[in-house]
Design a protein around this ligand. Structure first.
Ligand code: NAD
Ligand code: UGA
Length: 461
């Protein structure tokens, strides 16, 4: 097995950037080129204001950048010399044509494959890092081999399991690395080459190797199972509210059973992020394609429950505020889909804010990391007009500023700093009754009630 000297990654996004930074940091003898067509993004990777906010990421990037880690828009040059080419481009849900709203849009994957086929010389290992529908490697191989000599490319599947906000930790110490390859001598050799890269810092027993299709499918299934746990506990949160049970106590009680386990049982205003919904939609689309409508309907329910949880939260705010929020100031704390990230894709906050804005509320929003333009863009995309945004949305510089003169506070992201607010002072600055709607079970509810707040928390009777 030839040890790789150069790695290229097409796509410098949330996955490509951090993943390649970690490989470069752990393998100083391998040159890693991360390329992207988005010039602004590449430029940001070359500064200390990285385009992706992740705790610890800047340190990892700085360790390798300029030594053996390079970010650029010079795609062709990076491809020509690479032994291994990762493809880490977006695979969003299709918004047009066949499968719109469900199937994965593979146009970026295809353009990356065509780019590789056009430029590459000599044998290459092509690694699917993006999350893709099972059997995408067939299409990749077809495009690659139709445009160059047979046998030049080995296609591997190496899905990424990092979670945003903990990307560095997850990359440094993953539960497992999954590599799928063709079960031929050439396929096995390619798998072993990639294993040798990860094995620099990850024990061999944590690197699983499978056939291509199991690896591709496992990524969709892992996300579906994780999302299913959240929808399951969120469904129970509604029952807890109706019965005076406490969802955290229920989660602790069931999670103590080692067969169930304690993780991913935190009830919330609904899961967000770029992948859970997209990957389940993709899974259900695949099931239907393969003639399995019952399986599709089963997984579809995970998304329906999540949608219901988000709209249940906003409906509860309206009902509790005496069935009208028109012209009432509501402080929204948090817009990112989880803490420690600036990512807002599919964040529950988008939909809660949209519902409240369309009910006529004045939203005073604070998030420590999300830029104003992104908030506007997400709301517009969710169907809120620019007029409503201009007239009813104020972006604030702190929790306190948002709460000042508000009727209610809605906590939508679990940022740690939200716990440190002086709630007595905040109470004094709000209209009475002063309401707190805690969508993350973040703050101390009994302390707030003692101060005088009316508190609503997910899953608390
Ligand atoms: P992203 O949108 O942040 O990044 C993708 C990048 O690819 C963009 O910067 C885009 O400009 C670039 N790109 C597209 N076509 C290109 C081309 N032809 N040449 C060069 N660059 C090109 O996406 P992401 O969040 O990094 O996700 C990438 C993939 O990884 C998706 O399939 C996603 O499902 C999967 N994934 C994401 C996460 C996550 O936490 N975000 C985790 C695991 C897996
Ligand atoms: C998720 C998976 O955890 C990763 O393994 C996967 O690689 C990634 O998707 C992907 O494919 O993109 P991510 O979406 O970044 O990672 O973050 P999570 O920690 O999974 O959180 C997703 C959403 O679920 C967040 O909105 C979070 O607040 C919510 N959540 C999570 C809950 O509501 N309750 C929980 O118990 C856990």
């Amino acid at each position: 097995m030839k040890s790789p000297k150069r790695i290229c990654c097409i796509g410098a996004g949330y996955v490509g950037g951090p993943t390649m930074a970690m490989i470069a940091a752990k393998c100083p003898d391998i040159r890693v080129d991360v390329v992207d067509i988005n010039e602004a993004r590449v430029a940001a990777w070359n500064t200390d204001e990285l385009p992706v906010y992740e705790p610890g990421l800047l340190e990892v990037v700085k360790e390798a950048r300029g030594r053996n880690l390079f970010f650029s828009t010079k795609t062709d040059e990076a491809i020509v010399d690479a032994d291994i080419i990762f493809v880490s481009v977006g695979t969003p849900t299709k918004t047009y044509g066949m499968g719109a709203g469900r199937a994965a849009d593979l146009c970026y994957i295809e353009s990356a494959a065509r780019m590789i086929a056009r430029v590459a010389r000599g044998p290459k290992i092509i690694v699917e890092k993006s999350t893709i529908p099972v059997r995408t490697a067939v299409a990749m191989r077809a495009i690659l081999s139709a445009n160059s000599e047979e046998g030049k490319f080995q296609v591997l599947s190496n899905p990424e399991f990092l979670a945003e906000g903990t990307a560095v930790e997850d990359l440094e110490n993953p539960d497992r690395i999954l590599i799928g390859g063709e079960r031929t001598p050439e396929g096995d050799a390619a798998v072993e080459t990639l294993v040798s890269v990860y094995n620099r810092w990850i024990p061999r027993e944590n690197i699983l190797t499978t056939n291509l299709w199991s690896s591709e499918l496992s990524k969709l299934v892992a996300n579906a199972f994780l999302a299913q746990r959240i929808s399951s506990i969120n469904s129970i949160s509604a029952l807890c509210e109706a019965t005076e049970a406490d969802v955290d106590e229920v989660a602790r009680a069931i999670g103590a059973d080692s067969r169930i386990g304690p993780k991913f049982l935190k009830a919330s205003v609904g899961f967000g992020g770029s992948c859970f919904q997209k990957d389940i939609l993709n899974l259900t689309y695949l099931c239907e394609h393969f003639g399995l409508p019952e399986v599709a309907a089963y997984w579809d329910q995970v998304i329906k429950m999540n949608d219901w949880q988000k709209s249940r939260f906003s409906a509860n705010i309206v009902q509790t505020l005496f069935n009208t929020v028109r012209d009432k100031r509501i402080a929204v704390w948090g817009f990112a889909f989880k803490k420690d990230t600036n990512d807002t894709r599919e964040s529950a906050a988008i939909y809660v804010c949209r519902d409240l804005l369309l009910e006529g509320a004045q939203i005073a929003l604070y998030d420590p990391r999300v830029p104003v333009q992104l908030i506007h863009q997400e709301l517009q995309y969710a169907g809120v007009s620019q007029d409503i945004i201009d007239q009813q949305l104020t972006i604030c510089a702190s929790c306190e500023e948002a709460a000042d003169g508000a009727h209610a506070v809605a906590i939508l992201t679990e940022w740690d700093e939200f716990r440190d607010v002086d709630f007595e002072q905040m109470y004094a600055s709000m209209f009475k009754p002063a309401f707190v709607f805690d969508g993350r079970d973040l703050v101390d509810h009994s302390q707030l009630r003692e101060i005088g707040f009316e508190v609503y928390a997910i899953g608390k009777g």
